[in-house]
Write a protein that binds this ligand. Sequence first.
Ligand SMILES: [Zn+2]
Ligand SMILES: [Zn+2]
Ligand SMILES: [Zn+2]
Ligand SMILES: [Zn+2]
Length: 547
Amino acid sequence: MYTVLPDSVQVRQSEVNGRGIWTKLPVRAGNVIFVTKPYAAALSTPSLSSHCSSCFALSSTSLLRRCTKCRIAHYCDFTCQTNDWAIHKLECTSLQKWFKAAPSSDIAPPSDAVRCLSRVLWRTQKRGSDTIQAREIANMQSHRKSLKPSAYETHTYLSHSLVQYMGLSGPADMAQYSLSSAADLLDTVSRFVTNTFTVTDPTLVPLGAAVSPVVALINHSCDPNAVVVFPRVSPDPKSQEPLMHVVAIRDIYPEEELCSCSILTAYIDATLPTNLRQQSLNEIYNFKCMCRLCTMVEVDPRTCLNCPKNCGGLCPLPSDGHSLVRCAKCNTVVHLVEAALDALRVGQEGLDKASSLQIKVTDPERSLRLTTNLIPILTSAGFPPSSHPLLGLTRLHQQLLTASFPNPLTQEHLDETIRTATKNVTGLAALLREGHPVLALAVTELGKLLAVDEPSPRPADAQNPKVSAKEVTPASLAIYPPSGLPRLQLAYQTLLRARKMLLIGFGVVNEGGQVGKEVREMIVALEKEIGVFKQGVRNVLEDTRKA
Ligand SMILES: [Zn+2]
Ligand SMILES: [Zn+2]
Ligand SMILES: [Zn+2]
Ligand SMILES: [Zn+2]
């Protein structure tokens, strides 16, 4: 089994973590450990009309070929449609029946989870249950016996949708998919839920769900040494994509006594504070994480306040709400802890509200008002950019600002977006390793924003050329971002930093994925622009001298 794994990597059983993938040889940051195609994948409902159902490429709806029978699946071209037909043939019939039975004509197709799981079952039925891949699927771990009531409910609901969608009306229908009973089906669903991955585009935007038994073997750490990404760089994307690349984001060395080292990815958002990470891990995966981050005693930049004396140290938040809060570096006592904790509660409620899909999509202005009001409250309460929920609010604020660029763009709106992107980078950099794809993309975003043509650049005498994105102080923030040439130079440095990180996060052999290649081109263009700018200034100076 697991034939996609290279010889340097093996499946090992450990007493603490169960099965996992271990490397016997050292792996450098940016090395692609292995690449695999998911056993099955399905686009999320909103992506169905904008992406190819076979290779997951983005295209405009008018260019995609729509399946004339179900009118749901879209494809780049005939090749993609043919590649998908073996499975889509079965899916297509189910979709048509689903819509025929629907009470109204504008009902949505089943969720990507249901469509992906049905693809797993159809594939196994077609190829037989004793193929290597089917055995890999059957080998995936399930936690059905120890499910939390909330998870049990979700899995039961998913099973019902699946039965309805696939038309499994009795034991004979179930037997076709080697399912012996309803409990067996629930077990399959449970195995699927705990082992499913989100397919993303090269900028980490979620596109759908995928199942890969080999990637599912990788164990979890909140401080991972590897990531799963979809850089989309295959020479012939049509035949292979979506391909999952498992990439090392730091150097990994085999431990001496074990002669190998465990490959670890984060199953959940590692920028969240420990209690929230533990909560999701417990609810979805049913285990208690004991990683370095979950057991560390140092101050966590996710849950702390800045030192009131600005010594550069951080003050851990009280866990019971009462104990004294001191700076871990200079020992200064933080007064006003209650006020800070109030701000934190308000911030958390605001983040939940502003990011709830409903108001983010239907009322983005209201979301933007919320983030605009809450960020200064948390900042003045003493929370650093890396803290929760300030970081989440900042990320959301940046998204909302970018989505609401006025036409024509104003200098004020652009600069506010750049300041927000800078805070986001500062926050993420305190939490994630250099080269983590999330950080790499945040730095890329910042670089791109800095490179946007300024609608009304400031005159040269109002410049502060010493400001760099890495060391923004409250004093320099007033004139940050710089304007004119210093801004272009900052954009250039930022994109160079982004490219270095993208090469790690999306793989050196992948040239940093689609985004890495795009950034390389931007760097070349900026080099030229800066050259022209400098030449222009030289010409003006010379002209003035001559005059
Ligand atoms: Zn395609
Ligand atoms: Zn169809
Ligand atoms: Zn952990
Ligand atoms: Zn201090």
